[in-house]
Structure formats: structure tokens, C-alpha cells
Design a protein around this ligand. Structure first.
Ligand code: C2E
Ligand code: MG
Ligand code: MG
Ligand code: MG
Length: 289
């Protein structure tokens, strides 16, 4: 997986850290400590329906606030977390934290959705389904409001086993999104076999929209296919009014990106949602587009 390899290269290339094995060990020790020390943090980025102006939900994004090295982005430590198996307790910690935090923002009548990223190693665990259900039960988070994001990479590993697990969770109300859609290499036939609710158009397509007409053709095709299959589409990485306008003209109404908000800590997200005015944001969005 090209993205993963790139992340690994950056993660391991640090001339101040000695050789790769040393660096790996340092990262591993640090990560073990991070979970207990509350150095891990959850940020939230809103997903907006630009036809109504409403915030539909938030995606939870992991951060590591390292005591010496500062803020480490997920792509720099998730590969290590995956290789050590630490990704499993980390993911369950994040899910629990995010469920509790989102519930604390609004009453139980709220329909705000929560999206959480999963890694393949976690999905492959025999107790994956039970782990997710335990957190839902313990936090009392409504399963219908949880969307688990998986990449095509997860599906390429062991499709039949994954299908079974996703169906089980889907039977309890949990929904699934394919993240970074269009960047994997797998066959599209899985879309019919899996209980998928949403396709997330990778930000490289969103950002390429104005550079080449090929990108627009690709995005148009993804949206048409999703609509044909009855799936929702979220465009990721929307940064400009031009991108918003062009996506809207292609009938893509769910968007996420710096144009609306960067990922924020919990209390900031809560304030953003509390002060978000659908009408005002409509005016703003139409001015942008
Ligand atoms: P992703 O799930 O595709 O998340 C979207 C990424 O795009 C986030 O990067 C977000 O900060 C960034 N982003 C959002 N809007 C914009 C925009 O307008 N422009 C640009 N240039 N970027 C934007 P982040 O937080 O660094 O996360 C990177 C990746 O790390 C995520 O991609 C996801 O694959 C992974 N990740 C993050 N948190 C978790 C987690 O809890 N578990 C797992 N397994 N993976 C995670
Ligand atoms: Mg994601
Ligand atoms: Mg993505
Ligand atoms: Mg990604």
C-alpha cells in the first residue's frame, strides 16, 4: 500500500534518532506509555450537508501529544501501533472516549453522528465485533449513530471474514464507510457484498478537481455509481469554495474539510456545533460557491 509505505519512510527517517531499530523501539515504548499517560488525544472534524447547511456528524481523528517531540500526526505512529498490536487497545480507547464525548455535547435526542477509523489489524482480531459492542453497551452510544470507516486495504486482506464481521455489527445498527475511496486496487464487487452506507471520496480527487478534467470525470463517476447503489457520498479535503461549487454541481452534498473546520479538540467542537447556525452557514456556503 503506497500510502502506508510512504508513512513508514517518514516515520523511520529521523537522523536524530539513530538507526531504524532504535527508533522503532523508542516509538513502541513511547506508545505503550502514551496510552496510560493520557498523551493520546481525539480531535473532531465536522461533516457538513451543504444543501441544508447542517452539521451531520464528526469524524474522530487520533493525535499523539508527545512530551518531547510535540504533536505527532497519526500517519507517523499508526504503522508502529499496527506492527506492535497496540492499535487494538488504542482504537478501543479512542472509540470509548469519542462515544462519551459526543454524548456529552447534546441530549440523547441528538442525531449527531460519529465516524471512527479502523485499521485492518483490529478488524482481523477474533474478538473485534465483541470489543465494539462492549464499548457501545458501556457508553450507551446509539449504534445507528456510529459509522466505522475502513479502507479498501482492510477488505483486500480477508474479504469473507470481514464481510461476516461487518454484517454482524450492521445487524446491530452500526454503519460503515469506505475511506479514501478510489485509492485502493481491489475489485468493486465488494460494494454489493458488504453492508456499506457511505463512500468517502479521497481528498486527492477533491483537490485535483480544478487541475485536470480527468479528476472531475472520476469524481462524477464515483458519485453516479454511489447513487446507483444507494450509497451516501462524502467528499473529503474540501478546502475552497471552488471545490465546494464543483462538488455540489455533481450532486455531492456531504463534505468535510478545512473550508468548514480543521479537526478540533472536544470542547472546541462542542462550541462550534452549539454556535453553528444552519441558516447562516447556508448564506456563507452559497457566498463561497
Ligand atoms: P482519514 O481518515 O482519511 O482522515 C482525513 C485526514 O485528512 C485527516 O488527517 C484530516 O485532518 C485531514 N483533512 C481534513 N480536511 C482536510 C483538508 O481540507 N485538507 C487537507 N489537506 N487535509 C484535510 P489526519 O488526522 O492526519 O489523519 C490521517 C489519517 O490517519 C486518517 O485519514 C486515517 O487514515 C488515519 N487515522 C486517524 N485517526 C485514526 C484512528 O483513530 N485510527 C486509525 N486506524 N487511523 C486513524
Ligand atoms: Mg477517515
Ligand atoms: Mg480519507
Ligand atoms: Mg486515510
Amino acid at each position: 500500500h503506497a500510502k502506508g509505505q510512504e508513512a513508514m519512510r517518514y516515520a523511520f527517517y529521523d537522523p536524530n534518532m539513530g538507526n531504524k531499530a532504535d527508533h522503532y523501539l523508542t516509538m513502541e515504548t513511547g506508545l505503550r506509555r502514551a496510552l496510560g499517560n493520557r498523551e493520546l488525544q481525539v480531535l473532531y472534524q465536522p461533516q457538513v450537508d451543504v444543501s441544508s447547511g447542517r452539521i451531520l456528524g464528526v469524524e474522530a481523528l487520533l493525535r499523539w501529544q508527545h512530551p518531547d517531540r510535540g504533536l505527532i500526526p497519526p500517519m507517523d505512529f499508526i504503522p508502529v501501533a499496527e506492527q506492535t498490536g497496540l492499535i487494538v487497545p488504542i482504537s478501543l480507547w479512542l472509540l470509548r472516549e469519542a462515544c462519551l464525548e459526543v454524548l456529552s455535547w447534546q441530549g440523547p435526542e441528538s442525531e449527531l453522528r460519529l465516524a471512527v477509523n479502523l485499521s485492518s489489524l483490529h478488524v482481523e482480531q477474533p474478538d473485534f465485533v465483541d470489543g465494539i459492542l462492549d464499548v457501545l453497551l458501556e457508553t450507551q452510544f446509539p449504534p445507528e449513530r456510529l459509522e466505522l470507516e475502513i479502507t479498501e486495504h482492510v477488505l483486500m486482506r480477508n474479504l469473507d471474514a470481514v464481510i461476516e464481521k461487518l454484517r454482524e455489527l450492521s445487524g446491530r445498527g452500526v454503519t460503515f464507510a469506505i475511506d479514501d475511496f478510489g485509492t485502493g486496487y481491489s475489485s468493486l464487487s465488494y460494494l454489493q457484498r458488504l453492508p456499506i452506507h457511505t463512500l468517502k471520496i479521497d481528498q486527492s480527487f477533491t483537490q485535483g478537481l480544478y487541475q485536470t478534467t480527468d479528476e472531475a470525470t472520476l469524481v462524477n463517476t464515483i458519485i453516479a455509481m454511489a447513487q446507483g447503489l444507494g450509497l451516501q457520498v462524502v467528499a473529503e479535503g474540501v478546502e475552497t469554495g471552488e471545490q465546494l461549487r464543483s462538488l455540489r454541481s455533481m450532486q455531492c452534498h456531504y463534505m468535510q474539510g478545512f473550508l468548514f473546520s480543521i479537526p478540533l479538540v472536544g470542547p472546541e467542537t462542542r462550541s462550534l456545533i452549539a454556535s453553528w447556525d444552519d441558516q447562516a452557514s447556508m448564506v456563507l456556503l452559497s457566498a463561497n460557491g
